[in-house]
Design a binder for this molecule. Structure first.
Ligand SMILES: Cc1cc2nc3c(=O)[nH]c(=O)nc-3n(C[C@H](O)[C@H](O)[C@H](O)COP(=O)(O)O)c2cc1C
Length: 188
């Protein structure tokens, strides 16, 4: 019997009616049987200050603990000005420090994102992939889940109603679990 894969999901928006937080909620319902997906909310993390990196705020200590405890990470990013939002980059930076004590190192990671525009966070996702190089994270490549025209894909209560998007998210999570086992980030 394979061990359950623990996935930690992080959405890069603090907005109450965020499409990205809604997409992450949808993902918690689409996770394959041999895995579970818990959500970490980014609210309350102050701006990164390197003077404090050896004495980080409690929320950052908690973030690092949750990342370390996870076998794999799912990041759901909005696109802000063709890149990733500051709140997401800020959280990534905090949990990568101090040098040599990054919580991200060696973690398998999947990404997806929702935008009200047609391109569905493609540009932000490629910027995010670039950060994985120095973080030494191992992203899966496909499927690319870029949820364009998000306003049409969720109902007014924030439920994902688009079946094609649901299938893509399911496939992404299935691939993440398979990848996590394949690279040995989780016991078989
Ligand atoms: C500061 C800012 C910059 C944005 N830049 C982009 C952008 O470059 N590309 C895009 O598709 N949408 C852009 N948007 C629109 C977002 O797609 C939209 O606000 C979306 O709802 C944000 O994600 P959320 O619903 O998870 O908060 C921007 C929004 C803000 C607030």
């Amino acid at each position: 019997m394979s061990q359950t894969i623990r996935i930690l999901g992080i959405a890069g928006s603090l907005r109450r009616e965020s499409y990205n937080r809604a997409a992450l909620r949808a993902a918690t319902q689409l996770v394959p049987q041999q895995a579970n997906l818990e959500v970490f909310e980014l609210d309350g993390i102050p701006g990164f200050n390197q003077d404090e990196e050896k004495n980080p705020p409690a929320k950052v200590v908690e973030l690092k603990r949750r990342v370390r405890n996870a076998h794999a990470i799912l990041i759901v990013t909005p696109e802000y000005n063709y890149s990733i939002p500051g709140v997401l980059k800020n959280a990534i930076d905090w949990a990568s420090r101090p040098y040599g004590d990054s919580a991200w190192a060696g973690k398998p990671v999947a990404i997806m994102g929702a935008s009200i525009g047609a391109i569905g966070t493609a540009r932000a996702q490629y910027h995010l992939r670039q950060t994985f190089v120095f973080l030494n994270m191992f992203p899966i490549n496909q499927p690319e889940v870029m949820i364009g025209n998000a306003a049409e894909r969720f109902d007014s209560a924030g439920n994902l109603k688009d079946e094609t998007t649901k299938k893509l998210i399911s496939q992404l999570l299935t691939n993440l679990v398979e990848w996590t086992r394949r690279i040995g980030a989780a016991p078989r």
